[in-house]
Write a protein that binds this ligand. Structure first.
Ligand code: ATP
Length: 208
């Protein structure tokens, strides 16, 4: 926990795949809240010309760079999926850079409070950087249905993707706040508004 008064209150927003993190983050952004998305940052740090991409090439070989000079994510996923040591080596390259860019963006973003979107907050060093954890939660049935609607090809594939992530109970165990995204968008928006009110109040109390 970080209670320094000169810094904006920082809320870490997390949730399982297709739980509605982007949907919820967009609703906060519409209310004027600065949103820092570590998924976006993770893609930025491996753009061509970035030192992380060169390090990855040296570590894993030229075959993980595609014809356009971009990181071949599918090839990279294949390597780290089968090899824990490779995954750790990749994370050792990526995590410090993602963290540094996250801190840098957050420091420049202002706001009464900020939202930092971290899909795998349980496993992320960014956890220590946030004051509160907000979990976007939905049942596995809803998650599978939304995955199927969006990108999974089969129910089995959707189930496999879910099984590879931290479980719902583990996420809820670290939550300070929860948004239930089982219902329609209106219900979710009402919860976002209510939390927005709470967070602004908490932010104001910190600077008193
Ligand atoms: P990812 O883990 O892949 O980044 P995410 O957690 O950011 O996903 P979203 O992209 O916000 O999740 O939502 C997943 C899908 O479900 C999207 O197609 C979105 O439009 C839809 N969705 C999210 N919330 C709702 C809702 N309350 N009602 C109906 N559809 C929803």
């Amino acid at each position: 926990m970080n209670h320094r008064r000169d810094k904006p209150l920082r809320i870490g927003l997390t949730g399982g795949i297709a739980s509605g993190k982007t949907t919820v983050a967009d609703m906060f952004a519409e209310l004027g809240v600065p949103v820092i998305d570590t998924d976006v940052i993770a893609r930025e740090v491996v753009q061509p010309g970035q030192p992380a991409l060169e390090k990855i090439r040296l570590e894993f070989g030229a075959e993980i760079i595609d014809a356009d000079g971009m990181l071949d994510r599918a090839a990279m996923r294949k390597i780290v999926f089968a090899d824990d040591d490779a995954r750790r080596r990749l994370e050792a390259i990526l995590h410090p850079r993602i963290r540094e860019a996250t801190v840098c963006q957050a420091e420049g973003a202002g706001g009464d409070y900020q939202l930092i979107v971290v899909p795998l907050l349980l496993e992320s060093p960014t956890r220590a950087f946030v004051d509160r954890v907000l979990v976007v939660d939905c049942s596995e049935e809803v998650q599978v249905a939304r995955l199927l609607m969006r990108d999974a090809e089969t129910q089995e594939q959707a189930q496999r993707i879910l099984a590879a992530q931290a479980g719902r109970a583990d996420r809820l165990a670290i939550a300070d706040d929860v948004i239930s995204n089982n219902g329609d968008l209106q219900e979710t928006r009402a919860q976002v508004r209510s939390l927005h009110h709470d967070y602004r109040r908490q932010a104001a109390e910190r600077v008193k």
